[in-house]
Design a protein around this ligand. Structure first.
Ligand SMILES: *Cc1c(COP(=O)(O)O)cnc(C)c1O
Length: 379
């Protein structure tokens, strides 16, 4: 979390009915469409990514409708579990672990649904467990090729602000993000962008409940209707500052920075890699996310590695998700990150692997600094 964002939040709480907060809220809502590449409005529930998932489902779908979940790690499947709990019929298409969803398989499944019983296709842009990135335009093209009318909903919780994403150009109907990853603001806000097709499905959706309801949150009246109650005041000051930082850096420059830093991480992992040790969870280079890298550790005990990194160096590695315990870890390189941070983390990992006598192919840190030097950029 950038100090600028934290400092913006650390202030006396103002009047929630008039004055400065009104301007902050307007600035935030005006800035949100651009970061998702859309002209559609955003809704901002107080909550985490799961809140965004629930808002998306409850505003557009009806009990008993079928949804097709495309999972390439863990997170879309969890969203599907929520959909099932909330009364939808859920069908999950699972990519082999470490691979993205195959758009041809999506097309085939949707063609077979001649009666158009599938009301929505749910997937993630980047799955944080596998660090695989789905090809969202290709999945859109598959839905179109099948001539299928399902809503297309994409979880960008791990990728928003880190990876190129263009909601309108890519034909996404609902996009979901949360404040605490690439958007550099403490956990507590979800963001849901609703495109025209999603808004058209909204009036007849019978999963609607009052707290999440888009109609209620757009009603004319005191601005606090947007939050169905008291606004999340400090978070609004925080995310306004984060959105200003994103604007100052520029989205294209941000995406390029994430790619450069991810390239440095990938150069390190490739160099560390051995047959019985470290390797990528995401099998194909073109499917590897620029926001997070999941690393399998083979014969090296990933939990011992993470414990040492934390206890000796104060570096917290992400626990592996979706794989056997102790067999993987993750490096988050999303949002407020720069080259010194990435080199620091890579240096700690290399030191710890060496200390615990793990199999290692060579100096990943040297490889990472090589790519950074060749890029000619400071961060
Ligand atoms: C983190 C994450 C979530 C869950 O977000 P919470 O804020 O923990 O509810 C969902 N999807 C993806 C892709 C994520 O990375």
């Amino acid at each position: 979390m950038p100090a600028r964002v934290l400092n913006a939040m650390h202030r006396p709480m103002p009047d929630i009915y008039a004055g400065e907060l009104t301007e902050v809220i307007d600035e935030v809502f005006d800035a949100l469409p651009a970061i998702a590449g859309t002209t559609s409005r955003a809704f901002v529930p107080i909550g985490n990514g799961h809140a965004g998932w629930e808002m998306a489902l409850s505003n557009t779908l009806s009990r008993g409708q079928r949804v097709l979940v495309l999972d390439c790690g863990r997170f879309a499947a969890i969203w599907g579990e929520m959909a099932e709990f909330n009364g939808l019929q859920v069908e999950v298409m699972t990519a082999p672990f470490g691979f993205a969803i195959d758009p041809d398989a999506v097309e085939e499944r949707l063609r077979a649904d001649a009666a158009h019983e599938i009301a929505a296709v749910l997937t993630v842009h980047v799955d944080t467990a596998s660090s695989v990135r789905n090809d969202i335009p290709a999945i859109r093209a598959a839905i179109d090729a099948a001539g299928h009318p399902a809503l297309f909903m994409v979880d960008c919780i791990a990728s928003m602000g880190c990876e190129r994403f263009e909601m309108d150009a890519w034909g996404v109907d609902v996009t979901i993000a949360a404040s605490q990853k690439g958007l550099m603001t403490p956990p507590g806000l979800a963001i849901v962008w609703a495109g025209p097709k999603a808004l058209a499905a909204h009036p007849t959706a019978d999963l609607r409940t009052r707290y999440w309801d888009w109609t209620y949150r757009t009603e004319e009246g005191p601005y606090y209707l947007r939050f169905c109650g008291t606004p999340p005041v400090p978070h609004l000051f925080g995310i306004r500052e984060a959105l200003r930082m994103i604007d100052e850096e520029g989205l294209e420059a941000r995406w390029a920075r994430h790619e450069r830093l991810a390239d440095a991480v990938r150069a390190a992992v490739s160099t560390w890699a051995t047959d019985d040790g470290i390797g990528f969870t995401a099998a194909l280079p073109e499917q590897r996310s620029h926001a997070v890298t999941s690393i399998r550790t083979g014969s090296i005990d990933a939990d011992a590695l993470a414990d040492r990194a934390r206890e000796r160096f104060g570096v917290t590695l992400g626990v592996g998700i979706g794989a056997e315990p102790g067999t993987s870890f993750r490096i988050g390189h999303m949002g407020h990150v720069n080259a010194p941070m990435v080199l620091g983390v890579l240096g700690v990992i290399e030191t710890v692997v060496t200390e615990i006598g793990g199999s290692i192919g060579g100096s990943g840190v040297a490889a990472a600094s090589g790519t950074l030097a060749a890029s000619g950029h400071a961060s």
